[in-house]
Design a protein around this ligand. Structure first.
Ligand code: TIU
Length: 229
């Protein structure tokens, strides 16, 4: 497959599609639908839903080219054995992690709220990484999976920009993976955090990675033929 160059900031992002994975972070009902963990934290989920449609377009384009797709989900075991009491206590929530909510037990694996939204549902064969923290590398086998597949670059979508996306991009960057964050495919409950978090990635010569958008990536992928087989 040809090498791809995407217009990005602070300078073009170059990648080999066979060594690149799309990483879709925590596009779960608990964060992007009313009645989930995000709303229980006091947030309006509307801004997060804007990331769904562009992420879907990127997902389809990447799948059509046979590139690797990985999904993550934040959540905990039903017995809460992987939930630090400090995380459970944070925010003094009336209904918090592990408690019964409108979409089942909040942020618990196997519950409806923990599911990835139907628009971005994983396909068979696409790894789904269940993570107990904000970062996708901490206490997961993501790094092992990436190294085994020879992945060196990540195209990053998901929520929320300053929390799980940033933590993951920082973890990936320290491990030597190059990250391209698509600014319309990541979202925050707070417009000012979205703006600052995006600036922080690309500042200082791309201290954590590169920033572009879905339309620019899709144009660059046009030059990479869809897989026919
Ligand atoms: N609260 C918030 O902004 N985010 C999270 O709790 N998790 C993720 O970002 N996935």
């Amino acid at each position: 497959m040809p090498h791809v160059s995407v217009q990005a900031e602070p300078y073009p992002f170059e990648f080999d599609p066979t060594a690149t994975a799309l990483l879709v972070i925590d596009m779960q009902r608990d964060f992007v639908e009313p009645g989930g963990f995000g709303e229980m934290l006091g947030n309006d989920v509307t801004p997060l839903r804007r990331a769904i449609a562009p992420t879907r377009r990127v997902l389809e384009a990447v799948r059509a080219r046979g590139m690797m797709v990985i999904h993550t989900r934040e959540g905990h075991r039903p017995d809460l054995s992987d939930l630090p009491p400090t995380k459970k206590a944070r925010g003094h929530l009336k209904t918090g992690i592990g408690d019964a909510g409108p979409m089942g037990r909040v942020l618990i694996r196997g519950e409806p709220g923990h599911d990835i939204v139907p628009e971005l549902a994983p396909r068979p064969g696409e790894p789904v990484i269940d993570k107990p923290g904000k970062g996708s590398f901490y206490a997961t086998d993501l790094e092992l999976i990436l190294r085994e597949r020879g992945i060196r670059s990540l195209i990053v979508c998901g929520v929320t920009t300053e929390v799980c996306v940033h933590t993951t991009v920082r973890e990936a960057n320290d491990r030597g993976f190059e990250c391209l964050v698509l600014q319309d495919c990541v979202a925050s409950y707070f417009p000012e955090f979205q703006d600052a978090a995006i600036k922080m990635i690309k500042a200082q010569g791309g201290i954590f990675g590169w920033v572009s958008d879905s339309a620019t990536l899709l144009r660059a992928l046009d030059g990479v033929g869809a897989k026919t087989a």
